[in-house]
Design a protein around this ligand. Structure first.
Ligand code: F6R
Length: 242
């Protein structure tokens, strides 16, 4: 695991954007795996700025998002679909046909999951996966659990995740109780992975990710088994590392 510690959120966002942009420059038709949440917002702002300066061209890039609430309409302001268009896709020259998110209204849901896996495989697999991390070590919505699913699947959200995400909704009761997420196997098949973490609340999860046992109780610890992972941490998120 490569660990880059930046002085603050702005610095890690900028460095992450340089890594993503370099991927797109090296392979203009690359496949990016993308995350939502607060953490990648700075990265997306930087990518938009680079695009506006003419430094990076997204026209041939394909994207697959990690996850989506279930059930949720794509135009719901808290859907990950809506988030991605608002915070990235509406501001760059990506081809809408190359954008993929799990369908939060899919029925039957198993068919959607199989389809998502098939589309990733047909696109040639993910070249670079961007991850955030939950306070409990979840990546995507792979929550701590005695058994982790390998493939894209429907998952019950943990109470702590519902609580953490309720800040975006009117109330905790409004947070969907389930989500569709890439599985651990889907994520670990990506050729390169970058994980961003910022703030004190992530320090414990980062320590377990880097120095803990590989255990389903901390899904991010499985990143230790991947050959090309880079963590981009601000000083607070890195604070508990030896
Ligand atoms: C979102 C995702 C989640 C978040 C995690 C951290 O697509 O995959 O695993 O990365 O919940 O969220 P923030 O960045 O809001 O702290």
């Amino acid at each position: 695991m490569r660990i880059i510690i930046g002085k603050d959120y702005a610095e890690i966002s900028k460095k992450a954007a340089l890594i993503v942009a370099a991927q797109v420059v090296l392979k203009p038709d690359c496949v990016l795996g993308l995350a939502t949440g607060s953490t990648p917002l700075g990265l997306y702002r930087e990518l938009i700025a680079m695009y506006e300066r003419g430094e990076v061209d997204f026209s041939k890039v394909t994207t697959f998002n990690l996850d989506e609430y279930y059930p949720i309409m794509p135009d719901h302001p808290q859907s990950y679909h809506y988030f991605m268009y608002q915070n990235l896709f509406n501001h760059i020259n990506i081809d809408p046909n190359r954008i993929h998110l799990p369908n939060g209204m899919a029925d039957p849901v198993e068919e959607e999951c199989n389809n998502y896996e098939r589309l990733i495989a047909e696109a040639g697999g993910i070249d670079l996966q961007v991850l955030g991390i939950g306070v409990n070590g979840h990546i995507g919505f792979n929550e701590p659990n005695p058994g982790l699913s390998s493939r894209t699947h429907l998952v019950d959200l943990k109470q702590e995740t519902i609580k953490a995400n309720s800040r975006f909704f009117q109330s905790e009761a409004e947070v969907p109780r389930q989500a569709l997420t890439m599985g651990m196997g889907t994520i670990l098949k990506a050729r390169r992975i970058i994980l961003l973490a910022s703030g004190n609340s992530k320090a414990e999860a980062i320590k377990k990710t880097v120095q803990g046992m590989v255990t389903t109780e901390c899904p991010s610890s499985f990143l230790q088994t991947h050959p090309d992972v880079t963590l981009l941490l601000d000083q607070e998120a890195a604070a508990l590392l030896d």
